[in-house]
Design a protein around this ligand. Sequence first.
Ligand code: GCO
Length: 462
Amino acid sequence: MAKDRTGFRWGAASAAYQVEGGWQLDGKGLSNWDVWTNIDRVTEPVSGKFETGNVAINAYDRTQYLDDIALMKRLGLDCYRFSLAWSRLLPDGTGRVSAAGVAHYQRFCDELIAAGIEPIVTLFHWDLPQALQTEGGWHDRRSIDWFREYARVAREALGERVSKYITFNEPFIDLFLMEPMIAAIKEGGAVTEAMLGRQGIALHHWMVASAGVIADFRAAGFAGEIGLALPLMPMVPESGDTADTEAAERADAIINRWCLDAMFKGRYPDAVMEIFGRLDPDFCIDDADFALMAANHPDFLGVNFYAPAYIRSDAAAPFGYRWFDTNPDPEPQAFNGPVRPDALRALLERIRDDYGNPPIYITENGAGFGPGDEVMERGQIVDPLRADYLSRHIAAALEAKRDGVDLRGYMVWSLFDNFEWLFGYARRFGIVHVDFETQKRTPKLSFETYRAIITKGLAQAG
Ligand code: GCO
């Protein structure tokens, strides 16, 4: 199949903790997610089962990943986005570098490149070395330097193999959804505004660390591109009343503009400064931090889009609004929110207009539905809702591209069913089915749908 020569990249995305397994192999250090799932058993209250990423879908295993790369090649992928397990490279988080960890990622990248697939590396996709978590994790300002050291080790290990890096994946979802849910599970309480208020300084450290790594990579002569992947979602006031409209503006500042403004304008929205300055006395931002951000804009923006958020004003909810449990769609609903491809086009055009039309890669887009969406028919797993979701969202993204959005590529989330964090293995997002007992892979209808889009190439697909 001729590769699309326009430079547009068709890809797929994953994350180390969700796919690798091998949680204690070859000297890998423990991560926070190893401890949260094995010791704190945090999936049990959410998924109803004790589940971990100890095995996941076995992607650390060389025989397995060679088979998986063959499937990527059959699909026609130009690129594959994956994250490094920090504690595989630096088992203690800092200092000692693991030769086995370096060798694994070097060989994995070499096999991707040999298959004609560009490796795109996410440096941090939520799995912090436990040694650093116990030191205070991202709430400790030293985390900025820990991350810059790790990023240097990764860049030096992978060298010319990798020309696109993503510093962080989804600051808001990790720090304002996942980790507060975990803290509430461990404490047996609820997620409160006070808890979330203390997360602001951690997100700030992510943004400073990201800008610092961009500065470090450029100073070291890195000739590739470096970006950051954000969970962006258009805010839709659930009703026309003023309270919902004002709540939607507040949610937009916290969920969307906070990181976008940091990355492209070197400042935070006034609403963020007011809210977090009030909730956390430690949320004091040094001008030098903003100067570092302003001087080190990313080369591209990674957009992780699933759905818009319907915003309902609620004085009893953190920040005065509900967003995660307001999906108006009928069952079977998509796990990550209402199916609105038009919202993706609107989001991309907003970024074009409000942030200087930066290069964009859609670094995640996909869907999982209830168990009813996947049925075995004549030896194939048929998942019409996911196939329809992908077709409509890719069409919307390409319409935005035709409208002048500098869209450089699209990566489906995800190639394989995998460990969906607190929701465990029941929430399937893959276009390839995985039997988690046998590790057998079975392409779904959506795999053929995506393959047809890639094969047709950009001109015909759009
Ligand atoms: C996210 C993460 C992924 C998820 C995916 C499906 O966006 O939350 O990047 O790790 O698994 O989005 O929810």
